[in-house]
Design a protein around this ligand. Sequence first.
Ligand code: 6R9
Length: 690
Amino acid sequence: RKALGREVVPHTTRLPPPRVSSCCSVLRRPWSVRPQAQLRCYSSAAVCSSPIPEITSKFPEITSYDELYKFSVNQPDAFWGALGEQLLQWQRPFSTVTQHDLSTSTFSWFHDGTLNAAVNCVDRHAEHHPDRVALIWEKDEPGTEQRITYRELQSEVEKVAGVLQQCGVKKGDRVAIYLPVSPIAVATMLACARIGAVHSVVFAGFSASALASRIRDAGAKVVVTADSSKRGGRVIELQKVTREAVALCQDIEYVLVAQHSGAPLQLGHKELDLQQAMASITGSAPPSEQGGEDPLFLLYTSGSTGQPKGLVHTTAGYLLYTAITHRLVFDYQPGDVFGCVADIGWITGHSYVVYGPLMNGATTVLFESSPIYPDPGRYWETVQRLRITQFYGAPTALRLLLRYGDEFVKKYDRSSLRVLGSVGEPINPEAWRWYHEVVGDRRCTVVDTWWQSETGGIMLSPRPSAPDAPVKEAHPMRPMLGMTPLLCDAEGHQLHDVEASGALCIAGVWPGIARTIHGDHKRYQDTYFSPYPGFYFSGDGAMRDSEGNYHITGRMDDVINVTGHRLGTAEVEDVMMEHVDVSETAVVGCPHPVKGETVFAFVVLKEQVSSSIEDISKQLRADVKKHIASYAVPEFLLVTRGLPKTRSGKVMRRLLRQIAKGDHDDLGDISTLADPSVVSDILDKFLKMK
Ligand code: 6R9
């Protein structure tokens, strides 16, 4: 297994060895399955529930949190309408709060109002608090942070908007953004919003072909990138990758290159110096007047089949939903320094690095580094130096850090922290407790937040809630205001018992939901609204305890979650199938102590092959890295003579998942397989891998 396994942690020379080195036990007993009885409740939360004066001043009959929740779900028009009026700045007020038609899966919020997202996120704050810090750019090297005020951000946004207009970008056009977490990335997103263009941020760790396929699907004519960036001391050649991608996209007219490395820019075909072009912009065009339902951005995310889908988020509902969830879940107060360490290439970066915090006029941290650079104390050193009040990160990073011991946390002053958030995948009780006890000194409220690219913002979280409501460890627990989660069984029936386990669905609609998949509304309908008619289906399974608290058990489809990144197993299979020597493949996820899940590939080769199994395995890994990204590379790759298939030819993925997990004791009924002997072949090879 060692020979085939890849390094889990990108070690640097300065990194001390982790305390736990073996993950073999996990193969036998995955950590994610823990008896519920071991989970504790904490009621010492320092943060009170966040009242909503926008609602309670208008509806004084609401005097408790329970009443507020009931009001939000029973009277969505009144609830969201009052918030929409007061939290958003409108050019023309709306008269209709929401309209939806479940039969066509079409939803609209505030469609007849007009507004501009950049005005809402920047201009209105720049007018009232021009010198308030909007962004703290936490660059790769500790101690080199830069602060950007709302006034400065406004000026940057206007200049980038001017450059985009000079490149011919108009309202409704798509602009691809391939940039590291940085002020220029935020300014470019908001510049698109200012002129009514639709941004499509592509994670700066994606390969050239992944970038190219997203550019082509979006139909972007302009891509904005940087020369290179550094993360964890490693150089990422963004301009080089963009060049390779652009060579595959004939429709790209301009590549705007931001100088990020400090070295002079080398410009090639179609490339323009972004900062130089910005310097020549004088004055600014008025912000575009956007309809409430005009698209704000596209964001590509993995599904269980086919290519990643471009989710479309629209303007008013998304802004409102990210603003209110940011304020209520994290108890945001003016003067706070909000530290979400996600990359802007993911929805968490869009909603809780950029839009939610800026909507609330907050100071938001742009974290461009790595949790272990220069050592595993980086997060907490940053908390101390920037006086971060809310920290929001992923369980995979916490699991990695806790292995290095408590010293890296304790040597830094974390007294500024009030709320600790977790997102991206289920948090295991051990990581939750470490977060609560060591990082938060038992003082901070830990919020495990469940949501998705599709939902736009947080859906389940222990806060907001009644002030004294307990927090149950490792549980996202409660619905956000306005939300009605429910569970369904395999036949599609809603489970009405309080204690239940099934498919997690949502009844009703909320303003943050993605409205469609770019260019494929049928796929949107089929994926989210056909499986459980009348409800939105999340793709996740969940459990509800006797008190009604939710706990997510994981994906129910062929999507896996590697280091908090969503990955369709079909995407990896598609790449490997392109190899001349490969006849069949099946990819599954397998539990991993740090990454959450890791990629396990089963590969069947053709009768005649061009090279050795070792070489083919190497080539397959390189292909996946080249066509998707490093995190998608199979950690385990098992070449077998066949895949376990039913007589109708369907690959029994359940069986492969069990084998990958090392859970061989009871493989269930395999008599229905066309050739049960392939199972023993696979098991033999699996044991030899160890
Ligand atoms: C925000 C984000 C969504 C999928 C989702 C689920 C998993 C996210 C979670 C969680 C358990 C949590 N997920 N948060 N699972 N507990 N608190 O991550 O969006 O990248 O679209 O992924 O991530 O499986 O369906 P996205």
